[in-house]
Design a protein around this ligand. Structure first.
Ligand code: ASP
Length: 297
């Protein structure tokens, strides 16, 4: 539990989805590695924002996950990526959407934390990144054919962290849905939908059906629930809201006391977490594997 005695915690996800048996190990290993990277920063006294960015950057660089280099093609066979990061101390948000030439979209988003715009899209976001020293890459030529419309796959990566000073950050990055309409932007870069962080309450990041998450403003629901509930019940209450519109989602949460929560209605949810009170990081493909550490005081 966060008590200003240097306690820290972090949880990452690699998507609320169904994970085929032959992909299970890669999902666990990728999340575990990202959690270790974030934890190393927090253990060394680094900030929650720095830890969340580094963890998500690692997941973007792992093509197991639909973010960064693993992004899925849209209906035109092209990659369009969304990412966001939120600083729960200042309520600053940096977000980019529909970008094609930023290799690590979370880096572009983090760069915007100090700028006035919350969200920049497409070429405007790429120009901002380039003007601030990020070298743009060529859009990756895609080997895989565009997916048939109507067969979206869920996958996104995210992180929520609380540092030793009690500051909270949330981050998300995604290639969106397979075969999505060009120009479609999901929940991931939208504060109050795909993520949110506020030191006074906690932080949350989602994966799942972006349109359903947007229409039910799920991150906002979690934040409201955290006023009276612990982390896992708050996440569960938000996921229950999906029944109204249908759809699948998963949420990772850390509350202001450093308790970690998870809820999902997808078959699997690729996860890893670490905390100052745990001897080793833990990975899981379903929240039930983490029961003994969720909402731990
Ligand atoms: N939420 C993401 C989106 O709708 C995709 C996902 O998490 O699977 O773009």
């Amino acid at each position: 539990m966060h008590d200003a005695n240097g306690c820290w915690a972090l949880i990452v996800h690699g998507g609320a989805k169904s994970i085929a048996p032959d992909k299970a190990e890669a999902n666990r290993a990728g999340c575990l590695a990202a959690a270790r990277i974030g934890a190393q920063i927090l253990r060394g006294g680094g900030s929650a924002v720095a830890a969340a960015e580094a963890a998500v950057r690692h997941l973007e660089d792992d093509d197991t996950f639909n973010a960064g280099i693993g992004s899925v093609p849209n209906a035109d066979g092209e990659i369009e990526m969304d990412a966001a990061i939120m600083d729960g101390t200042t309520l600053a948000v940096g977000a980019v959407a529909a970008v094609r030439r930023i290799r690590n979209p979370i880096g572009g988003a983090a760069m915007m934390l100090d700028a006035l715009p919350v969200l920049l899209v497409g070429e405007g976001a790429e120009r901002f990144a380039r003007d601030h020293g990020i070298a743009l890459c060529e859009p990756e030529p895609l080997a895989s054919p565009p997916a048939a419309a109507g067969s979206p796959e869920h996958d996104t990566v995210g992180c929520v962290a609380i540092d030793a000073a009690g500051h909270i950050a949330a981050a998300a990055s995604t290639g969106g849905l397979t075969g999505q309409h060009p120009g479609r932007i999901g929940d991931a870069p939208i504060p109050g939908a795909g993520l949110y962080a506020d030191d006074q309450l906690g932080g949350v990041a989602f994966s799942g059906d972006g349109e359903s998450i947007l229409r039910t403003m799920l991150a906002a629901r979690v934040m409201q629930a955290l006023e009276t509930m612990q982390a896992t019940p708050a996440a569960e209450a938000a996921i229950a809201r999906l029944a109204r519109v249908g759809g699948e989602a998963g949420a990772i949460v850390i509350d202001r006391a450093g308790r970690i929560g998870v809820a999902h209605n997808s078959e699997h949810f690729a996860l890893a977490l670490h905390a100052s009170w745990l001897p080793e990081p833990r990975a899981a493909l379903h929240s039930s594997e983490l029961k003994d550490v969720l909402d731990h005081d």
